[in-house]
Design a protein around this ligand. Structure first.
Ligand code: G3P
Length: 217
């Protein structure tokens, strides 16, 4: 499973990228707001760090305007993925932009039928939001599993990009189900390394090592 980092925080992206943990980046208008940066500038900087797909989201609601914004965003760098919302206009923009050779990420997907439409419109990625379904007592992981089955039934090439990943359990379950990609905030990716038994085991090793009175360096 590929790891995308869901942030516009350049320092966090650079740190995780240096560890080989970043196969791509996703941003959205809320993350741009959080960064306090200009969308074109920060996206360009991210594309200079990460060679994989970097999603930049359009903000218009009409297909023609989405296409114009998408074409402008795509000029930032060759690894830009234009992110469009899963609306009828968004699907129209997806079809035009993907036919023109651009990578497209269709976002805000909450049902298997929406995922089916995105695949038929030529999306490179579909972004089902796991955490936001869990927030309203629905099963976000079940949606990932349903889309996996549907795409495999018909051999759709659209990649399932599990988004709104909030917990380490979401990550493991997405990998078990077979999501192609998951995108998570840097803090969730860092948490994947933590286990209480690792901490306890390490503390014991340190205690015993001190008692040996030895040094390696
Ligand atoms: O990029 C979209 C997404 O991952 C949103 O996550 O936590 O705001 O639902 P969240």
């Amino acid at each position: 499973m590929k790891f995308f980092v869901d942030t516009a925080d350049v320092a966090a992206i650079a740190e995780l990228n240096a560890l080989g943990m970043v196969d791509g980046v996703t941003t959205n208008p809320s993350l741009i707001l959080k960064s306090g940066r200009d969308i074109l500038e920060v996206t360009k900087e991210i594309c200079g760090i990460v060679s994989g797909p970097v999603s930049a989201e359009v903000v218009s609601l009409k297909a023609d305007e989405m296409i114009a914004e998408g074409l402008k965003l795509a000029k930032i760098a060759p690894n830009i993925t234009v992110k469009v919302p899963l609306t009828w206009d968004g699907l129209k923009a997806c079809k035009v932009l993907s036919d023109a050779g651009h990578m497209v990420n269709v976002t805000l997907c909450f049902s298997p039928n929406q995922a089916l439409l995105a695949a038929k419109a030529g999306a490179t990625f579909i972004s089902p939001f796991v955490g936001r379904l869990d927030d309203i007592n629905l099963d976000g992981l079940e949606l990932i599993a349903d889309i996996r089955t549907i795409y495999d039934n018909y051999d759709f090439k659209t990649q399932i990009l599990a988004a709104s990943i909030r917990t380490v359990n979401h990550v493991a379950e997405c990998a078990r189900i077979g999501a192609d990609v998951m995108t998570a905030p840097p803090e969730v990716i860092r948490k994947l390394a933590s286990h209480p038994l690792t901490d306890a085991g390490l503390a014991q090793f340190m205690k015993d090592w001190e008692k040996t009175g030895q040094k390696i360096l």
